[in-house]
Design a protein around this ligand. Structure first.
Ligand code: AMP
Ligand code: TRP
Length: 334
């Protein structure tokens, strides 16, 4: 057994992966993989809470697996798998449902945002989504869950559920996980509206830079990105748009924001945006090249996902059996 702490995280194979997913999540998974025992998952069961075109779901599932690999996740260091390949997830989700209150799920910010005024009409999967997420996490005895700021509340709920399970079934039944949220990049904002987070499901592609956008598209999108009133390039609450662009620049170039502020003192948006564009294009280029190689070699991805599912299942089934046994289920006869 390794003494390293365990991390688990998941991303939905829905919509277009963007630089918010990369800077807020995937890049950090890759950077920190050697410190942890890692599980990374393509959460297809979560994606179907909004209707998906079958062909698109299939393609996006494999594309996301390749994005994890292209970002530098090493399949010998990391267990990379597709959620639906490990049926323990839905089984554990069902059991955890009995430890969660209706009112708790109704209060989840993401549910309120997704359901809007039509709470009575949304599918129950959207409502129950955080419980499946809790199941994902506890099945691997995960200590840490690296995510963007938007998922903090769901990890808090997972902690509440795990504590409740431990209270009812005995200490040590489940590991109580902690969110791992970086200060910088945890919430990259929309290029068209810096008051809302960059989102896969944005109504216009001008909101985000997709991980597969070509150089011309990136150039156009950054040229069109909104800025704040006043000409100075500095971060601050009164400058949400420029702060966001500085954050993106800083994370891609690995240069602290104050250094950038100094570099652009007295210069205008044109200079700043031109350099930012180069940084984004140059930083994404090697990632995009690896992604194209992986796309051309589907057998490799399939082998990684097959082995990942086997390793994941081995761990998940022991945790599921632990919980079933303590609850009083008669375990399958062998
Ligand atoms: P999702 O796209 O909702 O499946 O999110 C996948 C991962 O990316 C999660 O860890 C999110 O918290 C993170 N993420 C999504 N959007 C952003 C954003 N705009 N800024 C930073 N992280 C994000
Ligand atoms: N709900 C997460 C999101 O939308 C995706 C997710 C599903 C997840 N299961 C998870 C993230 C488990 C971390 C751990 O971003």
């Amino acid at each position: 057994m390794s003494a390293k702490p365990t991390v688990f995280s998941g991303i939905q194979p829905s919509g277009n992966l963007h630089i918010g997913n990369y800077l807020g999540a995937i890049k950090n998974f890759a950077a920190n993989q050697a410190q942890y025992h890692n599980y990374f998952c393509v959460v297809d069961h979560h994606a179907i809470t909004l209707p998906q075109e079958p062909a698109a779901l299939r393609q996006q599932t494999l594309e996301l697996a390749n994005a994890y690999l292209a970002a530098g996740l090493d399949p010998t260091e990391v267990t990379l798998f597709v959620q639906s390949h490990v049926s323990e997830h839905t089984e554990m989700g069902w059991m955890l449902n009995t430890f969660v209150y209706f009112g708790e799920l109704k209060r989840m910010t993401q549910f309120k945002e997704k359901a809007g005024k039509r709470q009575e009409e949304v599918n129950v999967g959207i409502f129950d989504y955080p419980v499946l997420m809790a199941a994902d996490i506890v099945l691997y005895d995960a200590d840490f869950v690296p995510v963007g700021e938007d998922q903090r509340q769901h990890v808090e709920l997972t902690r509440d559920i795990a504590n409740r399970v431990n209270y009812r079934l005995g200490e040590g039944t489940l590991v109580v996980p902690e969110a791992l949220i970086k200060k910088e990049g945890a919430r990259i904002m929309g290029l068209d509206d810096p008051t809302k987070k960059m989102s896969k499901s944005a109504t216009t592609p001008r909101n985000y830079i997709a991980l597969l956008d070509d150089a011309d598209t990136i150039r156009q999108k950054l040229r069109a990105a909104v800025t704040d009133s006043g000409a100075d390039i500095r971060a601050g609450e009164d400058k949400p748009a420029v702060t966001n662009l500085l954050t993106i620049y800083s994370l891609f170039a690995d240069v602290p924001v104050p250094v950038l502020e100094e570099r652009y003192a007295g210069k205008g948006y044109a200079d700043f945006k031109r350099d930012l564009t180069d940084v984004v294009i140059d930083s994404l280029a090697p990632f995009q090249a690896r992604l194209r190689e992986l796309d051309a070699n589907p057998d490799y991805t399939a082998a990684v996902l097959k082995e990942g599912a086997e390793r994941a299942r081995a761990k998940a089934s022991t945790v599921l059996t632990r919980v079933k046994g303590r609850m009083g289920y008669v375990l399958p006869f062998s």
